[in-house]
Design a protein around this ligand. Structure first.
Ligand code: ADP
Ligand code: MG
Length: 373
């Protein structure tokens, strides 16, 4: 009998130990880093020790660094986009990675559906505006600094850098090289025409969300996470107490406070494009970083900010982040009326704040959005 009991104990004890191992309460680990030229905020809920948690937080940052370095950057010589831009006009066909092939495939869809309001070939015009030199604050909500009497310079975090307004002639010339329908992207091959330059700035952070989601799914010990890359946010899984994720939407008229929150459960991608994120003011005129690809000028559709919300579908496509980011840019350019239609076409929820402070949203958005008092 004693022997029999001993045997049972031998089985029960390890099973109990195992159980306490699996029922270990998830703990929240947080980090703030800079990657892809923006601030990455991570909160992950994980049932493991601190060391493992730190490894996962680091893995997320490496994943973003690799995306920039290998695929998306127009500035780093090591990236595919850089090499494709370099070869524009050479007649040479370049074979893309499966990641970039998929990205451009999806970008073409948003380009077509938005009648070119979102255009991944806007590079030649974006370079003239020198957007990347404009100030951005650590929250990712870059606040351009007002420059006194300036036509030549713009203040940045580092100091004052050169800012020269592009002339109408320069813009007109650059615009001849813009147009997703002329990009000669066919499946996995691309052969850009002379002067055309890819610019994936409007989808980079959304792509980050899709790739990070894939990475988190490989880690069973992660039960929930909120990852933000500038104006794009991924919610993943759940919190230990089962409460909803609350994602703040910045008030575009007062960026230090929220206009309201989105209350969400599970996997979602949220992207906001606003005229307050990156801009420069010259002689009282605000020039922001979302361009109308038809005019080459900062978009002027009467919109101050647009937030797009897409549920992370249970598919192997992982394009929800990319679409939310692309659509936020496209909707900003299109304005409220056409933007709402575009969002609905993609099954996305949208919330617009116009220049008068009016709030417009898709019907489905109403159940998630709660206005601040
Ligand atoms: P952020 O990157 O601040 O979140 P967006 O997602 O709206 O803002 O993307 C803006 C960036 O995308 C610009 O810095 C520029 O490189 C590029 N861009 C600007 N206008 C367009 C457009 N209409 N279509 C595609 N890309 C654009
Ligand atoms: Mg965008």
């Amino acid at each position: 009998m004693k022997k029999y009991l001993q045997k049972i104990m031998c089985i029960i004890v390890p099973v109990c130990l195992l159980c306490t191992g699996c029922s270990r309460q998830p703990t929240a680990y947080k980090s703030v880093d800079t990657a892809m030229g923006t601030i990455i905020n991570q909160t992950i809920y994980i049932s493991a020790d601190e060391e493992t948690a730190q490894e996962i937080l680091d893995e997320v940052i490496s994943c973003i660094d690799d995306l920039e370095k290998n695929n998306l950057s127009w500035r780093l010589e090591t990236s595919e986009v850089y090499q494709i831009n370099e070869s524009a006009g050479s007649g040479q066909e370049i074979k893309m990675s499966s990641l970039l092939t998929n990205v451009l495939d999806q970008c073409k869809k948003v380009y077509a559906a938005s009648n070119g309001a979102f255009d991944f070939t806007v590079g030649s015009v974006a370079r003239l505006w020198n957007i990347d030199a404009w100030a951005a604050t650590p929250q990712g909500n870059g606040i351009g600094k007002v420059v006194e009497n300036a036509t030549q310079s713009a203040a940045t975090e580092e100091g004052v850098s050169e800012f020269i307004l592009p002339t109408q002639e320069q813009l007109a010339e650059a615009l001849t090289h813009v147009g997703g329908d002329k990009s000669r992207v066919e499946g996995a091959f691309v052969n850009l025409p002379e002067g055309m330059q890819l610019d994936l700035g409007a989808v980079g952070k959304g792509i980050v969300l899709d790739e990070v989601r894939k990475l988190l799914e490989q880690h069973e010990e992660v039960s929930g996470a909120v990852i933000s890359a500038g104006g794009s946010i991924l919610t993943y899984g759940s919190k230990p107490d089962g409460s909803n994720w609350n994602v703040g939407i910045v008030d575009p008229f007062n960026t230090s406070q929220n206009l309201g929150i989105l209350s969400l459960k599970g996997i979602w991608c949220v992207s906001t494009s606003g005229d307050y994120e990156r801009y420069v003011e010259v002689d009282g005129v605000r020039y922001h970083h979302i361009l109308d690809p038809h005019t080459g000028m900062p978009a002027d559709s009467g919109v101050k900010s647009v937030t797009i919300l897409i549920e992370g579908e249970d598919t192997s496509h992982y394009v929800d982040g990319l679409f939310s980011d692309a659509l936020s840019t496209a909707c900003f350019v299109l304005g409220v009326e056409e933007g709402l239609k575009l969002a609905e076409e993609f099954g996305a929820e949208a919330l617009f704040v116009d220049n008068q402070g009016g709030i417009f949203m898709t019907e489905g958005m109403e159940q998630y959005f709660h206005l601040s008092n």
